[in-house]
Design a protein around this ligand. Structure first.
Ligand code: NAX
Length: 318
């Protein structure tokens, strides 16, 4: 077994937090041979609930789990962490304007940026899940200038996995046989799920999804809208937002980033734009990426398209 690594989960007393901590402690994020020390942060009002999660982790008797720090203090939470999954944030309540949500979260992410820069291990790799995820990632980057931008990412893997799931259901194939869909843009309804390069393995070999789905209209309309609105559909059915799928996607994101993507497979990650595909520099944007040895790179040369991003974050392609 390897030396233990420290993994921070913020918002650990929340829904996604509750779903993700056992996944991490079972090796689903960093590997079955990687012991972990979990750092869990939440706000003081949630201290009892957080302690309950800690008790359950003890009760689960997880051999890879080498320690738990559960705290409401940011400095203690970020101390020496190698990986940080930032799920904690201000939830959007009914009647709340988007700009008010952003203002609340900017304050949180400014403060966590300082804690990250001051206390985390060098080269700490960060995944922002809390919404608005792209904006929170940008705030983190701006207020933690000593942290390389490449080490900050945000979650669009849930949308990516939703896209794979829809294609698998449509074709009646196993989801593990579908790959290389892409989600471009934001984690929001302005995202663009793109199956133009997706493939599926069938008994006749690996084939382009657009050939297997005879129905062009499904790919350009129903598929796109279903993926964009899947979060709302889950919310309507469950009366709560997606959590097990979000936790699972966050594990997939970190695992692929740290341990590498399989050869010939790309995944969607929100990363700091370098201007590829005409996306403006200096924003966090979801691209197709491959990962090797803990570094992501944007897939180049596969797509003959040029993105234009308008002031609402909507992407159009030409
Ligand atoms: P919950 O409200 O259940 O949990 C959030 C937790 O964060 C709460 O326990 C809260 O006390 C805590 N928190 C608030 N301020 C904090 C702070 N300053 N430091 C530490 N913890 C703090 O929400 P949940 O359903 O778990 O969702 C968490 C976040 O993920 C939300 O922002 C949500 O919008 C976002 N999502 C993002 C997704 C993505 O794909 N990027 C998908 C799922 C999810 O909707």
């Amino acid at each position: 077994l390897k030396q233990p690594v420290k993994v921070l989960v913020t918002g650990a007393a929340g829904q996604i937090g509750y779903a993700i901590v056992p996944m991490i402690a079972r090796g689903l994020m960093l590997g079955l041979d990687q012991p972990v020390v979990l750092h869990m942060l939440d706000i003081p009002r949630m201290a009892d609930a957080l302690n309950g999660v800690r008790m359950e982790l003890v009760d689960a008797a997880l051999p890879l789990l080498r320690g738990v720090v559960s705290t409401t203090d940011e400095a203690e939470a970020f101390q020496g962490v190698n990986f940080a999954v930032l799920i904690g944030g201000w939830p959007r309540k009914e009647g709340m304007e988007r700009k008010d949500l952003i203002a609340k979260n900017v304050a949180i992410y400014k403060s966590q940026a300082a804690a990250l820069q001051q206390h985390a291990a060098p080269n700490c790799k960060v995944l922002v899940v809390a919404n608005p995820a792209n904006t929170n990632a940008l705030v983190l980057k701006e207020f933690a200038p000593a942290v390389p931008a490449r080490n900050i990412t945000c979650l669009t893997r849930l949308d990516h996995n939703r896209a794979l799931g829809q294609i698998a259901e449509k074709l009646g194939v196993h989801v593990g046989d579908v790959r290389n869909a892409v989600v471009w843009g934001n984690h929001s309804s302005t995202q663009f799920p793109d199956a133009s390069h997706a493939t599926a393995r069938t008994e006749h070999g690996e084939r382009p999804v657009r050939e297997l789905v005879a129905d062009d209209k499904w790919l350009s309309e129903e598929f796109v809208v279903t993926v964009q609105q899947r979060g709302a559909a889950v919310m309507k059915a469950r009366k709560q937002s997606s959590s097990l799928s979000a936790a699972s996607a966050a594990c997939d994101h970190m695992r692929d980033w740290i341990l590498g993507t399989p050869k010939g497979t790309w995944v969607s990650m929100g990363v700091y734009s370098d201007g590829s595909y005409g996306v403006p520099d200096g924003i966090f944007y979801s691209f197709p990426v491959t990962c090797e040895k803990g570094e992501w790179s944007i897939v180049q040369g596969e797509f003959l398209l040029f993105c234009q991003v308008d002031s609402n974050g909507s992407t159009t392609f030409s």
